[in-house]
Design a protein around this ligand. Structure first.
Ligand code: GDP
Ligand code: IMO
Ligand code: MG
Length: 427
C-alpha cells in the first residue's frame, strides 16, 4: 500500500501539477480532494501544454483512475469542457470518477462571488470569481446541491427551486442585481447531469477498495497551506482545506492510510490576490523574477506578486501537514542571480517571534530576517542529477531544508517531465 499526498506549501502555483504528473507515472489512482476550478495546474508533456482546473493531473496518463473527491466543488460546465478538451487532444477520460457527494457550483455562486467582492471594497480578497467561496458557504450552511441531487431530476428541481428563490432575493435585496430564471437554470443543469452521469459514483468505495488491494494512490492538493481556510492567512484564503489533513475529509479515507506527504515549494515566493506577504519584492528584483518566471496566473492571467523564498512559511507548512519531503520547483528561474535572500524567521517590534503569526495585523508588520546566499551562474535546466547542480544551488536548497526541518525529495529545473531530479524513491 502506498498513498502519497502532494500539497502546496506557499500561496499556490508552486508547480503541484508538474510534480503530481512526475509521481503519477507510477501511481494507479490520482485524486483531487478540495478546491475547484480556482486551481490551475500546468503540465507540459513534450512541449504540449495542459492547463488543468478540475481534473486530476493523472488524466494525462493512459489507464489511470482519476478521482474528483467529495471535498471538491464542481462547476459542471467547466468539468465538461475540460473532459471534451481532453478528448479533442486524444486523451481518454474514461478513468474519471466523480464523487456523488461533491457539491455543485451554480450560476448564483459565481455571481455572488463577484458582487461580494465588490461589496468588500478595499477589503476584497481577490478571489478567482469562480463561485468557490459561495458554494462552500452553502455546503456549510447545509443548503447546497450535491452531485447525487443533480443526478435525480425530482430532487434537483425541488432543491433548486427553494435555493434559487432565496438567492434571487439576496441578489436583488442586498446587491441590487437580477437573479436567475428557474426553468432556464434547471434545463441547463439537467443537460449537464446527463453528460456527467457516466462518471458519477461513490468514490469513497473506489478509493478504499484501491487502497485495500495495494494500489498506489496519489492525492493532488490544489491551492496551498497559506490559502488554507484554517491555517492560512485568513481571511485572504480560499474556502477549503488544502493541507494534508484535508485529504481524509475531502476524499473519505482514514489518516492511517496516508504513507507520505510531500510539500511543493517554489524556489522563491509568489502570491495572486490580496493579503500580507512578508518577503514581497516591490522593486526591480521582483519584476525580474516575474518576467523571467512568466509569473502570471494560470486561471485568471493576473500578474503574480513575487518575493524571496520564505523558509519560515515552509517550516510552518511542514508542521501543519507533517511533511516528509520537499519538492523544490523552478530553481532554474534563479539561475544567474548574483545573490539570493532566504527568510529564516520574523522580527516583530524588534523581537524575534516563534511560529507563524495568526494575526494579520502582526504579519503585515513583521520584518523578515534574511540570510544572503551567493547565487550561481550556470544554467540548471539540463541537469539531471543532484550532484551536478551548481554548489551554490545545492547550498540554497539545503539551507531551505535545514531551516524548514523537512528533507529534500525532488528538485525541479524546468516544466517538462524529464526536468526533474528525484532524490528519493517515494513509492
Ligand atoms: P500549480 O498550480 O501548483 O500546479 O502551479 P502552476 O501550474 O499554476 O504554475 C507553475 C508553473 O511553473 C507552470 O507554468 C509550470 O509549467 C511551471 N513549472 C513547474 N516546475 C517548473 C520548474 O522547475 N521550472 C520552470 N521553469 N517551470 C516550472
Ligand atoms: P493552484 O491550485 C494561487 C487565491 C485567489 C485568492 C484566494 C481566494 O493553481 O495553486 P478563491 O477563488 O479560491 O475564493 O480565491 O485564493 N487562489 C489561488 N492562488 N493558486 C491557486 O490555485 C489559487 N486558488 C485560489 O487568488 O487570493
Ligand atoms: Mg496554479
Amino acid at each position: 500500500m502506498s498513498a502519497i499526498v502532494v500539497i502546496g506549501t506557499q500561496w499556490g502555483d508552486e508547480g503541484k501539477g508538474k510534480i503530481v504528473d512526475n509521481l503519477a507515472e507510477n501511481a494507479d489512482v490520482i485524486v483531487r480532494y478540495q478546491g475547484g476550478n480556482n486551481a490551475g495546474h500546468t503540465v507540459i508533456v513534450n512541449g504540449q501544454e495542459f492547463k488543468l482546473h478540475l481534473l486530476p493531473s493523472g488524466i494525462l496518463y493512459k489507464g489511470k483512475t482519476c478521482v474528483v473527491g467529495n471535498g471538491v466543488v464542481i462547476d459542471p460546465a467547466v468539468m465538461l469542457k475540460e473532459i471534451n478538451d481532453m478528448k479533442a487532444k486524444g486523451i481518454d477520460p474514461s478513468g474519471l470518477k466523480i464523487s456523488n457527494r461533491a457539491h455543485v457550483i451554480m450560476p448564483f455562486h459565481r455571481l455572488l462571488d463577484e458582487v461580494e467582492e465588490v461589496a468588500r471594497g478595499e477589503n476584497k480578497i481577490g478571489t478567482t470569481k469562480r463561485g468557490i467561496g459561495p458554494c462552500y458557504m452553502d455546503k456549510n450552511a447545509r443548503i447546497g446541491i450535491r452531485m447525487v441531487d443533480l443526478m435525480d431530476e425530482e430532487e434537483f428541481s425541488a432543491k433548486l427551486e427553494w435555493l434559487l428563490e432565496a438567492k434571487n432575493h439576496l441578489l436583488k435585496a442586498v446587491y441590487g442585481v437580477d437573479g436567475f430564471d428557474f426553468e432556464t437554470v434547471k434545463k441547463e443543469y439537467l443537460g449537464y447531469a446527463e453528460e456527467l452521469r457516466p462518471y458519477v459514483t461513490d468514490t469513497l468505495v473506489v478509493l478504499n477498495d484501491a487502497i485495500k488491494s495495494g494500489k498506489k494512490v496519489l492525492f493532488e492538493g490544489a491551492q496551498a497551506t497559506m490559502l488554507d481556510l484554517d491555517h492560512g492567512t485568513y481571511p485572504f484564503v480560499t474556502s477549503s482545506n488544502p493541507v494534508a489533513g484535508g485529504v481524509c475529509v475531502g476524499a473519505g479515507i482514514g489518516p492511517t492510510k496516508i504513507n507520505k506527504t510531500v510539500g511543493v515549494v517554489k524556489a522563491y515566493t509568489t502570491r495572486v490576490g490580496e493579503g500580507p506577504f512578508p518577503t514581497e519584492l516591490l522593486d526591480k528584483t521582483g519584476e525580474l523574477i516575474r518576467e523571467r518566471g512568466r509569473e502570471y496566473g494560470t486561471t485568471t492571467g493576473r500578474p503574480r506578486r513575487c518575493g524571496w523564498l520564505d523558509a519560515s512559511v515552509i517550516r510552518y507548512a511542514g508542521m501543519v501537514s507533517g511533511l516528509d519531503y520537499l519538492a523544490v520547483t523552478r530553481l532554474d528561474i534563479l539561475d544567474g542571480l548574483e545573490t539570493l535572500k532566504i527568510c529564516v524567521g520574523y522580527k516583530y517590534k524588534g523581537e524575534t517571534i516563534a511560529g507563524f503569526p495568526a494575526s494579520l495585523k502582526v504579519l503585515a508588520q513583521v520584518e523578515p530576517v534574511y540570510e544572503e546566499m551567493p547565487g550561481w551562474t550556470e544554467a540548471t535546466s539540463s541537469i539531471r542529477t543532484y550532484a551536478e547542480l551548481p554548489l551554490n544551488a545545492r547550498r540554497y536548497v539545503e539551507r531551505l531544508s535545514e531551516v524548514s526541518g523537512v528533507a529534500l525529495g525532488i528538485v525541479s529545473v524546468g516544466p517538462e517531465r524529464d526536468q526533474t531530479i528525484n532524490l528519493v524513491d517515494l513509492y
